[in-house]
Design a binder for this molecule. Structure first.
Ligand code: PLP
Length: 380
């Protein structure tokens, strides 16, 4: 990382913890055996995978045999949705999700829609909350699953996963949860939430990119009700083939272990910075927070500031990494689909800024950001 960068885009990705880098490196250089080989060198790699399963499972209150490693949350989400929906035993064709989900969910659902599934996209209110009664009403005999995220990546809004789990359990439909922005930051016990499948990602919790995990409740795998996305050599009990990526798996496991041990410490530090930043920014005339101010994760601020062109701000302040949540495709800057779903117009969405704080940020970082925002407002 460039040393001069003030990095406040931790929902996009995090730096890799130095301790994690050490572990990863050792599996590239010294312990490079194939985990599926029988000789003891390979067995060391297998031990590393088993250890990573224990560490990942502990972070979410699961059993190690309920964890499967993927290339990240996008793959996990594809695997969960397609694996349940397209399994030959499944006869149900209805899926419920929400307009503010990550594109990994929305695009997979669009694909399923294109091949005959019926998808309902729940709306959200102005604060980004979903209506649980509306969810309840949409569930029918043909509903296979509900797919809703834990924490929104753009606004930090926390969804009521315990209540969603109660609804899905009572209706006997699966609950797939994209846990990418919550796992490692907030405590969770998977069984208390009745989540059937939970996806998470290494690079959102100071682990490496290109690795993630998926929790699948063992009742699903025992009854063989999910089919693999990737077929091949039969690794991961046949559910995710391909030679185990031992260095990254060991790195993810270590990142989970560190997140578990240091969660409270990180929370206290980050929350303190968030409260300070929010208080300062809300003094700007007309500014408001996008998203529920109470049910929101402690590291994310998505703020609307009147007349504030976030695109230009980001362009001008190249030494500060923040985001405006817009997707850059074909050189077209698009306003955030999450903010639009919450009722902002294109202009207001582009006048919004997402700041996501991480464990390495300092009060000086936050003070500098505040100064730059104020300077920008005065000069542009
Ligand atoms: C909420 C959410 N879901 C899914 C993803 C995709 O994760 P990955 O980069 O591991 O595929 C992200 C990453 O931006 C995310 O924030």
């Amino acid at each position: 990382m460039e040393n001069s960068i003030i990095y406040l885009d931790n929902n996009a990705t995090t730096t890799v913890d130095d301790r994690v880098i050490k572990i990863i490196t050792s599996y590239f250089s010294d312990l490079y055996g194939n985990a599926s080989s029988l000789y003891s060198f390979g067995n060391k790699a297998k031990i590393a995978i088993d250890k990573a399963k224990v560490e990942s499972a502990k972070l979410i209150g699961a059993e190690p045999n309920e964890i499967y490693f993927t290339s990240g949350a996008t793959e996990g989400i594809n695997f969960a949705l397609k694996g349940l929906a397209m399994h030959p035993v499944n006869r149900k064709k209805h899926i419920i999700t929400c307009r503010t989900e990550h594109k990994a969910v929305l695009e997979t659902c669009h694909y399923l829609e294109s091949i005959g599934y019926k998808i309902d996209y729940l709306p959200v209110d102005a604060e980004g909350n979903i209506d649980l009664e509306a969810l309840q009403k949409l569930i029918s005999n043909d509903t296979l699953l509900v797919c809703l995220m834990w924490v929104n990546n753009e606004t930090g809004v926390i969804y009521p996963i315990e209540k969603i789990g109660e609804i899905t359990k009572a209706a006997d439909v699966y609950f797939i949860c994209d846990g990418t922005q919550g796992v490692g930051k907030l405590p969770i016990n998977i069984n208390e939430c009745n989540i059937d499948v939970l996806c998470f990602s290494g690079h959102k919790m100071y682990g490496p990119k290109g690795i993630g995990g998926i929790y699948i409740n063992q009742s699903i795998t025992r009854q063989n009700k999910i089919q693999p996305l990737i077929h091949g050599g039969g690794q991961e009990d046949g559910l995710r083939s391909g030679t185990y990526n031992v260095p990254l798996i060991a790195g993810l496991g270590n990142a989970c272990e560190i997140a578990f041990e240091e969660m409270e410490k990180n929370r206290t530090h980050i929350e303190h910075l968030q409260i300070f930043l929010e208080k300062e920014l809300l003094q700007i005339k007309g500014a408001f927070i996008n998203g529920n101010r109470v049910s929101r994760i402690y590291n994310t601020i998505n703020i609307y500031i009147p007349g504030f062109d976030s695109e230009i701000f980001i362009g001008v302040n190249k030494d500060i990494a923040v985001s405006n949540g817009s997707a850059c495709t074909s050189e077209l800057i698009q306003p955030s689909h999450v903010l639009l779903a919450m009722g902002l117009n294109n202009n207001d969405a582009m006048n919004s800024l997402r700041i996501s704080i991480g464990k390495h940020n300092t009060k000086e970082d936050i003070q500098l950001l505040i100064q730059r925002i104020k300077d920008f407002i005065n000069n542009y």
